[in-house]
Ligand binder design. Structure first.
Ligand code: ZN
Ligand code: ZN
Length: 444
């Protein structure tokens, strides 16, 4: 019978719908924002070990084993990392795995080596929550009503990554169950800190995706009619998020000649960066979103923190804007006798998430597997999956970003965001369908 293997996998996934609902709701309740995902990773690792991924020929990479430390962006300070590590242990993070994820090393990759010739396929899901205070009103928010709203004030899964993590756990389980019928290699990537575009670069920087020929990413998306999977050709704006720390010298405001006024440097920087001339290399944006400065009415300010971001519709426009802004920051600081430190908090390249022909092919495949599909059409996303797509496509591989459509209770990142867990099954099924198709085991 046609596509028997895929049908068996899909039927198996259907039997695990309670597991998927419970797993998503538990991740939701214990929401961990970027670089905090110690408990989340330990649960994922425990699941993968129970499936046998830690035994050769399979591989389980945890923390530093699949990350480049120097390419992590926007890490919290040590005090915060220590606090969330202890909190994770208090809330049931699983040992001995939890230790591997200490100090912002919150990534897991499971590798299914079948030992038979075939393609190398990467499946990425992100796993982090946002810095959002979740709505706790049972009248208007289902997670509050059903008792799985976040117990961490200021951390909420309001972008669905709790569901994404669950999808890849289910895929890892299903592929292992049917491993004897598969060929090639599958790398299931559980990526931290997508929000703020901080985590993907460190995974790519480890080299673990260098041999991947087909890369897929996944995200929940808002269903309009009855579509189950969506396909779009995404092109990210190039993005650079930076925090700027200015240091001057405090003194009494009655004798300002004894100090170096960081407030003046900040003012010159704000005026300066918004005044960068437009250029022919592409449209661009700049925003200074927050400044923290000063200690009192009669004190010359010695410390400033500025939170800003730059975006370009082309890579060239960001490459024009960023060094220009850096020059203004450094020289405006020097002009007022201050020093400036620039810390990169996040970045994405301007690169498409999809190989167009491959996205068309994946959309057709989804239709032939019985999914109602939407697209593909052009759309702009902002996702650090772009780093993975770029690495794979520059190595001659193909990439596609898939949307799992579901009725969403509110916009992504809203305090009342929610979705229907049963739709996660479609994500897990499609990942398995795509894997078996790319292995030549499922036909259109
Ligand atoms: Zn998001
Ligand atoms: Zn997201």
């Amino acid at each position: 019978m046609a596509n028997e293997l895929y049908k068996e996998m899909a039927a198996y996934i259907d039997t695990r719908k309670d597991f998927m609902r419970e797993r998503r709701q538990d991740f939701h309740k214990h929401a961990e924002a970027g670089w905090h995902e110690v408990r989340t990773c330990s649960i994922i690792a425990d699941h993968l070990v129970k499936l046998g991924y830690d035994k050769a020929p399979f591989k389980l990479l945890m923390g530093k084993e699949c990350m480049n430390d120097d390419e992590r962006m926007g890490l919290p300070d040590q005090e915060e990392l220590d606090f969330i590590y202890q909190r994770a242990l208090d809330e049931g993070a699983i040992m001995p795995y939890a230790e591997k994820f200490k100090d912002g090393h919150t990534a897991v990759i499971a590798i299914l080596e079948t030992g038979k010739p075939g393609p190398v396929i990467g499946l990425r899901t992100d796993i982090d929550a946002l810095g959002v205070v979740e709505c706790q009103d049972p009248a208007i928010h289902r997670p509050a009503r059903e008792g799985f709203a976040s117990i961490h004030p200021g951390e909420m899964h309001s972008c669905g990554h709790d569901g994404h993590a669950t999808i890849n756990m289910m895929v890892a389980e299903t592929l292992m169950k049917y491993k004897d019928q598969l060929c090639g290699t599958v790398k299931m990537v559980f990526q931290p800190s997508e929000e703020g575009v901080r985590g993907a670069k460190s995974i790519v920087g480890s080299g673990v995706l260098d041999d991947v020929q087909y890369m897929l990413g996944i995200h929940v998306g808002s269903r309009k009619d009855d579509e189950q999977l969506g396909f779009r050709y995404g092109l990210n704006m190039a993005n650079a998020k930076m925090d700027v720390y200015l240091t001057g010298k405090a003194c009494h405001a009655a004798s300002p000649e004894n100090g170096n006024n960081a407030m003046l440097a900040m003012a010159a920087i704000v005026q300066g960066v918004y005044g960068i001339p437009r250029a022919s290399v592409g449209d661009a944006r700049i925003n200074v979103g927050q400044v923290f400065a000063g200690s009192g009415r009669n004190v010359v300010c010695d410390r400033v923190k500025m939170v800003m971001e730059l975006r370009g519709l082309t890579q060239a426009s960001l490459e024009y804007l960023e060094p220009y802004a850096r020059r203004i920051i450094e020289h405006a600081a020097a002009m007022h006798g201050c020093t400036a430190e620039i810390v990169m908090m996040g970045a994405t390249p301007c690169y498409p998430t999809d190989d167009r022909a491959f996205a068309d092919e994946m959309c057709k495949l989804a239709g032939s597997l019985g999914f109602k599909t939407d697209g593909p059409y052009d759309d702009n996303t902002s996702e650090d999956y772009t780093y993975m797509a770029q690495r794979v496509m520059e190595n001659g591989g193909k990439s596609c970003f898939v949307w799992v459509m579901t009725p969403e209770a509110a916009a992504h990142h809203a305090v009342t965001f929610d979705f229907e867990e049963k739709d996660l099954l479609n994500g897990a099924k499609f990942y398995c369908g795509a894997v078996t198709y790319l292995m030549g085991l499922t036909k259109m």
